[in-house]
Design a protein around this ligand. Structure first.
Ligand code: AMP
Ligand code: GLY
Length: 422
């Protein structure tokens, strides 16, 4: 079969890595891809918000299935567009993508269906928001309603800070948002829970924990994710039953009732407090960098899984995972998550031996004359698997130490909670 993956991050490189292992793959293209996908797929440069141009590529390359990696094209309706053209594409339609594209949509859906989540209120008017803030408890969580690449959320310790951030959002700091969601702060430990969903059913698609803060011991500003590990030790059978019954099943039922059954990867960002799950957010795609660690553990053929899902037959499959612990450490350009260094050469990447337990997934890289350069904040995902998490982390760190890139930095403590709790 011929497959196309849309996107250019570490997540898409990891998806290509896994698809490439399928005996059924004939052609694999990545639009636009990066220096890593270029080695295992054909990169085709195109603006991924230009759906007509994407369609022309898909047609010319005789693609059987399109897998959409990032949220933006999904929220903008790429699935609706390609479906109309009779292209088989895996992902939610525009309406269902509101689960991530609009926090107020997601929160109202939770409220109507008794799905456990933080108490909240939505505002498009600063005076009303201010009255609410005056009466609210701190910390208070301030969120831009629309997509903001993980940067639209702030946990405010004072009312002044909450008011300032609310004002900025309502004054248009994020183009995607003219509303703000103010919500109660939830205590606990975070867990990323994944499902793969078709019209008839869903299957568990792995668990992971990620580190969103830029600094060691989870300090400093939020980022898109500095590293992740899988499986999540937090996830017990008992907790999983609660997540399915209280969160995933009622959400999928509600989407069906709204006339837009959810289809695609579904990523629930959860807070676990005293053994109870609360939904923090939905993402309508795989996580990045969580996907990288999950692809190292997935034993079942990914092409087979996606083929079944697009035919609404995932129930016929059993998805198998290896028992290893997998970790990924994100190597970032100095300055990230603020202004960061770009177009900086990364040397010695070829010193790293890649095998089934060690992979480097590229995120923001490009190649010229066999030299690799950075072009975004999160640049490389140094990923390893082993029997123990600490051993996997040591393997990743020792690979990082072989790379010569003085403009880069990473967190060396990914997985610290799980490692210290052992
Ligand atoms: P979101 O984009 O909604 O996932 O938020 C980004 C991050 O902010 C989450 O991964 C949490 O670490 C944190 N966060 C969001 N909402 C809350 C909340 N209500 N209570 C505590 N932390 C939160
Ligand atoms: N790792 C967080 C995300 O993919 O949104």
């Amino acid at each position: 079969m011929n497959l196309a993956v849309i996107g250019s991050g570490g997540r898409e490189h990891a998806i290509c890595y896994k698809l490439k292992q399928s005996p059924k793959i004939k052609k694999l293209i990545c639009i636009p891809g990066n220096a890593g996908t270029q080695k295992i797929a054909q990169n085709i440069k195109e603006d991924i918000s230009n759906f007509e141009a994407i369609y022309q590529i898909i047609k010319a390359q005789k693609i059987d299935i399109v897998v959409v990696g990032p949220e933006h094209p999904l929220v903008q309706g790429i699935v609706d567009y390609l479906n109309k053209k009779k292209i088989r594409v895996f992902g939610p339609d525009r309406f269902a993508s509101q689960l991530e594209g609009s926090k107020s949509f997601m929160k109202n859906l939770c409220k109507k269906n008794n799905i456990p989540t933080a108490n909240f209120a939505t505002f498009d008017n600063i005076n009303e928001a201010n009255n609410f803030i005056k009466k609210a408890k701190v910390p208070l969580v301030v969120k831009a309603d629309g997509l903001a690449s993980g940067k639209g959320v702030s946990i405010c310790k004072s009312k002044q800070e909450a008011l300032k951030n609310t004002k900025e959002i309502l004054e248009g700091k994020f183009k995607s948002s003219n509303k703000v969601v103010l919500e109660e702060y939830l205590e606990g430990e975070e867990l990323s829970y994944f499902a793969i969903v078709d019209d008839n059913s869903f299957l568990f698609f792995g668990s992971a924990q990620d580190h969103k803060r830029v600094g060691e011991k989870d300090t400093g500003p939020n980022t898109g994710g500095m590293g992740a590990y899988s499986p999540a030790p937090l996830l017990t059978n008992e907790l999983e039953t609660k997540i399915k019954k209280k969160i995933i099943e009622p959400t999928l039922k509600a989407m069906k009732n709204l006339g837009h059954p959810y289809k695609g990867f579904l990523y629930a960002g959860l807070m676990i407090n005293k053994g109870e799950p609360y939904l923090i957010e939905y993402n309508i795609r795989m996580g990045d960098p969580e996907c990288q660690v999950l692809m190292m553990r997935l034993e079942t053929d990914l092409l087979e899984i996606i083929d079944h899902a697009t035919k609404n037959k995932i129930n016929n499959l059993k998805i198998e995972w290896n028992k290893k612990n997998s970790i990924t450490i994100v190597l970032c350009a100095k300055g990230y998550p603020f202004d960061y260094i770009k177009d900086s050469e990364i040397k010695n990447l070829s010193n790293i031996i890649m095998d089934k337990n060690n992979q480097i997934f590229h995120a923001g890289t490009y190649e010229i004359n066999n030299r690799t350069y950075s072009n975004s904040g999160r640049v490389l995902n140094i990923t390893s698997s082993s029997e123990s998490l600490i051993e996997a982390r040591n393997m990743s760190l020792s690979n990082i130490d072989k790379i010569n890139w003085s403009d880069g930095f990473c967190r060396r403590d990914i997985g610290w909670r799980a490692i210290e709790n052992k």
